[in-house]
Design a protein around this ligand. Sequence first.
Ligand SMILES: Cc1cc2nc3c(=O)[nH]c(=O)nc-3n(C[C@H](O)[C@H](O)[C@H](O)COP(=O)(O)OP(=O)(O)OC[C@H]3O[C@@H](n4cnc5c(N)ncnc54)[C@H](O)[C@@H]3O)c2cc1C
Length: 340
Amino acid sequence: MMGSYKGKGMGNEDYSGIWVFAEQRNGQIKNVAYELLGRARELADALGVELSAVCFGHEVDDVNGLIAHGVDKIYLVDSAELGDNQEDLLTQQLVELVQQHRPEILLAGATALGRAFIPRVAAALPTGLSADCTDLDIDADKRLLLQTKPTFGGNILAVITCPEARPQMATVRPHVFSLHETDGSRKGEIIKVDFKRERYTSRTKLVEFVAEVAETVKIEEADVIVAGGRGLEKAENFEMIQELASVMGGAVGATRVAVDEGWLAYPHQIGQTGKTVCPRLYIAVGISGALQHVVGMQTSECIVAINDDPHAPIFEVATYGIVGDLFQVVPLLIEKLKKR
Ligand SMILES: Cc1cc2nc3c(=O)[nH]c(=O)nc-3n(C[C@H](O)[C@H](O)[C@H](O)COP(=O)(O)OP(=O)(O)OC[C@H]3O[C@@H](n4cnc5c(N)ncnc54)[C@H](O)[C@@H]3O)c2cc1C
């Protein structure tokens, strides 16, 4: 990881607390911030430190609500010039706050914005950053953040630490952590920070914001996902998967093989190079359970796997396993569910 810069005369012991960047878009805090706060609260308790959220934007809704998600302090920078999330300004403002308050850990969502500006914050401080983590933990004795992420093409899960530089920084994709219950009785403090625009330079100017064309496939939000893999053999057989999903009011997912074969479009792909999902029920049909797929669905509440190979790795993460031919099992399931 990076070198040992900590500001003149500073040691690791001069850094304390966990910060989460609470990203907003159009004045709404993104769900990924709440997901991160749930996990970050556990990490902060393990270290015995405060949890803070950093929120940059203009007239952001329900900043107070962050407290119910486990936050002790909120650093709120409210300015019309921050509403559009211009990366140059965000980078400089966050670097300045980190240098002033010295958190030992800084976490952010691996969203389009997080991926774009958080590495610049890490480089400017400078410190290490693990992008796209799939889990976070704490070694409380060494006060180290254990940052798990798939590496070597997704073939191993590496646990990365940043023993020398501070803060320890990581980004995590949306839906990796589930939302925790909120506690409306919690107390916290909002610290308003003046945005001193004249102190910062920006090489970019926002000309226009063009919203992404709404995706028709919202598998990230589905409670039930029925996903198919190579075992389906051809595109037409995905009609069966679609039918099973419809009967349960769910969405259809796919492995990369199914997408590469052209059986389903890319927005359906789940896994390391697709989407990360966390539905209440995930039914994996004809899917072997390669690590690159599993990292995108392993946090689902209940996983049902249908596979004719009893040794398929998908059974290692499945809550319930059905060993059998999918062409017999799926029609039977559809029939039974329709009767109910
Ligand atoms: C850098 C990188 C990134 C990747 N990213 C992703 C990603 O984002 N998402 C992803 O999914 N993969 C990804 N992969 C690919 C991944 O490694 C696997 O190749 C892929 O997930 C396997 O897809 P599959 O399970 O559909 O196919 P297979 O591994 O071929 O498994 C098919 C399964 O179907 C079962 N089967 C066959 N016929 C039947 C039947 N009649 N009844 C019941 N079961 C049957 C078989 O027993 C087998 O277990 C990535 C790979 C790399 C190198």
